[in-house]
Design a protein around this ligand. Structure first.
Ligand SMILES: Cc1cc2nc3c(=O)[nH]c(=O)nc-3n(C[C@H](O)[C@H](O)[C@H](O)COP(=O)(O)OP(=O)(O)OC[C@H]3O[C@@H](n4cnc5c(N)ncnc54)[C@H](O)[C@@H]3O)c2cc1C
Length: 292
């Protein structure tokens, strides 16, 4: 049963920040409610004040500039990211990711800001955004601040958001030339959360003969989405071959720090990390070398 609460609705960022300040002793922000309401129904969260930001239109946008990249406002829904002509053209990996995230109903309500702020290590946008080198913008009454998304995730369901802070936007820099990004999650039920997921972003040199940059990000394989930095280093400066791919997958599975739960044992998760890393790195490499 959900405990009684006082409901307030913000229509602007300023109204939202005022409400956060006013109720700073005991509040929860609600946007699409797709994650929060589950916790409230289970009695795991019982705020005195519920501050609804779903109607903050200022935070609902997808903007793109070729040199700066993409900016997605926090109240933008998953469905808007999925259906946007901008993401389709410039960041197709986001469309693939969204098409496999939950149901259309959940994507219609759930937002990018809510997903990131929830801090679920099995969330889909986190690994993809980190592979894309994302930055998040937050604000409280006094100031705005930015943080690499990698540093935003602190622990299981814990983020760097402080009391009184609102997540405003996620920024994705322009994708460098000859860069391919792939993402996949492994699940038993289609569009369910991943038991493990892997995103890989590879940049190859002009001749397509060696890897200039690599970002490999593991989801649901630790308390937060994590970079497999040692696995990335194996590839940088080299040309991908089967021997290297095997080493990269093995190293990523060693860097993972998965839990055992009702979905999978720790050992099985490590096995999945290895298999998915190899698959994503291979796919990203094969695409990157064809790019002009
Ligand atoms: C059936 C089902 C299946 C799902 N499957 C998937 C899946 O496959 N992959 C996946 O990634 N997710 C999945 N989800 C999770 C869900 O889609 C996301 O977490 C959703 O995007 C949350 O957004 P929301 O706007 O509904 O957030 P809410 O539920 O409103 O809020 C979530 C949390 O974020 C905080 N919050 C929200 N907005 C802000 C903000 N701007 N600033 C600061 N804090 C904020 C809230 O206080 C709360 O703690 C699923 C959910 C359901 C119900």
């Amino acid at each position: 049963m959900i405990r009684d609460f006082v409901y307030s609705r913000a229509k602007t960022i300023k109204e939202a920040l005022d409400l956060l300040e006013k109720h700073k002793d005991d509040y929860k922000i609600i946007c699409g409610g797709q994650s929060l309401l589950i916790l409230m129904r289970q009695g795991l969260v019982a705020p005195e004040n519920l501050i609804d930001i779903k109607g903050v239109e200022e935070l609902s946008y997808i903007n793109f500039k070729p040199k700066e990249g993409l900016k997605i406002g926090a109240t933008t829904t998953h469905r808007e990211v999925e259906k946007s002509s901008i993401t389709k053209k410039h960041y197709p990996v986001l469309v693939d990711m969204e098409e496999n995230l939950a149901s259309v109903q959940t994507r219609n309500w759930g937002t990018i800001g809510g997903n990131l702020a929830h801090g679920d290590p099995a969330g889909d946008p986190g690994p993809v955004f980190i592979a894309l080198n994302a930055i998040v913008k937050m604000a409280n009454m006094e100031k705005e601040r930015i943080l690499p998304l990698e540093e935003f995730f602190v622990d299981f369901f814990e983020t760097a958001l402080e009391e009184g802070e609102l997540l405003l936007e996620v920024q994705l820099p322009a994708i460098p030339p000859k860069t391919a990004i792939m993402y996949e999650k492994f699940n038993i039920i289609k569009n369910d959360q991943g038991i493990v997921s892997v995103a890989a972003s590879l940049t190859v040199d002009d001749g397509g003969s060696s890897c200039k940059d690599a970002r490999i990000v593991l989801g649901a394989a630790a308390a937060t989405p994590i970079r497999a930095k040692k696995a990335e280093q194996i590839l940088i400066g080299k040309k991908l071959d089967e021997g290297l791919l095997e080493k990269i997958g093995k190293k990523a599975s060693e860097e993972a720090d998965p839990v055992a739960d009702i979905h999978a044992t720790e050992e099985y998760r490590r096995h999945l990390v290895k298999a998915l890393t190899k698959k994503m790195v291979r796919k990203a490499w094969e695409q990157a070398i064809t790019l002009t």
